[in-house]
Design a protein around this ligand. Structure first.
Ligand SMILES: Cc1ncc(COP(=O)(O)O)c(C=O)c1O
Length: 376
């Protein structure tokens, strides 16, 4: 059997990782400012993470949600404290798309409505409703097409008010910082407008924090910068530092009923151990503060460089928007300078490193980027 060929691949085989570095099968060392798409939050093979998962594996790796799993309760308590949402409720699942799927479904159970507001350039995943709320027709199969999603311009309050006037809205789903769409930061006033319209119309505010959450922006959820509380936060990527674990954090006003949501693998023992290890390291190493500081340093330095069209983002979620003549910079960073970065169309370099990235690593990147910019 061969692989179903859906990914354009770089000709690199990673065999080892430690902190913000990975090594290929030729022994070449790379600086990882991509984290396998914002997933590596506490660094590759962090010793505490490895130890906690290993210890759990020796006890029990998996059992389903038909029995008590105290690790889930421990995780919910820890997440409540670290995220500042002690009174919220946690439902665990396995991926970002699944988290958004459950959030959109739960909102509809809650208020009995169908219409969802999503935004231009959004990405919410590839399952049925999540993909329908994603602004990319090329990944929406005919069976996913629905009249229930209304796409509005990002950060446009007038069109949001109009949509609420004209429709019975079930939920509004928004990334605090759009990731796949090119690192676009939601205006704080826009997030506050969503909150007030949702309150006025009994609609559910869903904060997609799959990529921009879990400390990446310097606050636990990037929506926190606006001082608003969402009704449901969805999270995945950084939550397990590579172990597939995701979840939704649900406001107290949304009450559970047995069987309303469910999953076989979600919240298993190993996944909880991984997620707990991540939160413990985040607290112990004060990673939110580090994300804010190193991110701030990078943005400051980047703003002083010539040739860049725009620098966007917050904390360690940074987009470097380059003009067309610099479209080869990302490839050169990887193959000449051995630095992994992410990209967004048409020409945005995305930095999504581990949250414990050091200043020395930030400087290595800045030097490499300067060399590339000076060539033009
Ligand atoms: C904002 C956002 N939501 C949802 C998803 C989907 O997550 P997953 O690939 O884990 O299903 C992604 C993935 O890139 C994302 O960036």
């Amino acid at each position: 059997m061969k692989l179903f060929d859906v990914y354009p691949l770089n000709d690199i085989t990673i065999v080892k990782g430690a902190g913000s570095y990975v090594w290929d099968d030729q022994g070449k060392k790379y600086l990882d400012l991509y984290g396998g798409h914002a997933v590596i939050s506490i660094g590759h093979t962090h010793p505490h993470y490895v130890k906690r998962i290993e210890e759990q594996l020796h006890k029990v790796g998996f059992y389903s949600n038909s029995i008590k799993i105290p690790l889930q309760v421990e995780l919910a308590e820890k997440l409540g404290t670290v995220s500042g949402k002690e009174d919220y409720q946690l439902f665990l699942c396995n991926s970002g798309a699944e988290a958004n799927e459950n959030a959109l479904k739960l909102a509809s159970f809650y208020n009995g409505r169908k219409k969802i507001i999503a935004f231009k350039k959004s990405f919410h995943g590839r399952t049925s409703l999540a993909v329908a709320a994603t602004d990319n027709p090329s990944i929406v199969a005919p069976v996913n097409e629905t009249e229930n999603v209304i796409f509005l311009p990002f950060n446009d309050e007038a069109s949001l008010e109009k949509a609420f006037r004209e429709n019975e809205i079930s939920s509004v789903i928004i990334e605090g910082i759009q990731g796949v769409g090119g690192i676009n930061v939601a205006a704080e006033s826009f997030l506050r407008k969503i909150r007030s319209l949702c309150d006025a119309h009994n609609a559910v505010f869903i904060a997609d924090s799959v990529q921009c959450g879990y400390g990446r922006s310097g606050r636990f959820y990037s929506h926190d910068h606006a001082g608003v509380q969402a009704d449901i936060y969805t999270m995945a990527k950084g939550m397990g530092n590579g172990f597939p674990v995701a979840g939704i954090s649900i406001a107290p006003k949304i009450q559970p009923k047995h069987y309303m949501l469910g999953t076989t693998f979600g919240g298993n023992h190993l996944a909880c151990a991984a997620a707990l290890a991540v939160l413990e390291v985040m607290e112990e190493e004060k990673l939110l503060k580090n994300a804010e500081e190193i991110g701030g340093y990078l943005v400051n330095e980047l703003n002083g460089l010539p040739g860049i069209r725009e620098v966007r983002g917050r904390g360690l979620m940074i987009g470097i928007d380059l003009p067309d003549e610099l479209s080869m910079v990302k490839k050169n960073l990887l193959f000449k300078h051995k630095i992994f970065t992410g990209e967004a169309k048409p020409n945005v370099i995305r930095l999504l490193p581990a949250l414990n990235l050091g200043k020395a690593e930030a400087d290595i990147f800045l030097e490499a980027l300067k060399t590339e910019l000076n060539k033009v």
